[in-house]
Design a protein around this ligand. Sequence first.
Ligand code: FES
Length: 62
Amino acid sequence: MYICLCNGLTDHVVGRAVESGAARPGEVYAACQCKAQCGSCVRLIMGIIKDLASSPSAQARG
Ligand code: FES
């Protein structure tokens, strides 16, 4: 599913960026070689960061 329509970022792409260490929306955009444009996806990206940070696999990684 598309999370960021301006940059064409899907939930998979955002998830990979977060799993690679992006902890803020700006870091997710940077990891995807793009920038926030309209900003309407920031809340969704923050939700993905929060979800993955609280997932058991993330906690196992520390
Ligand atoms: S939807 Fe992501 S910047 Fe517009």
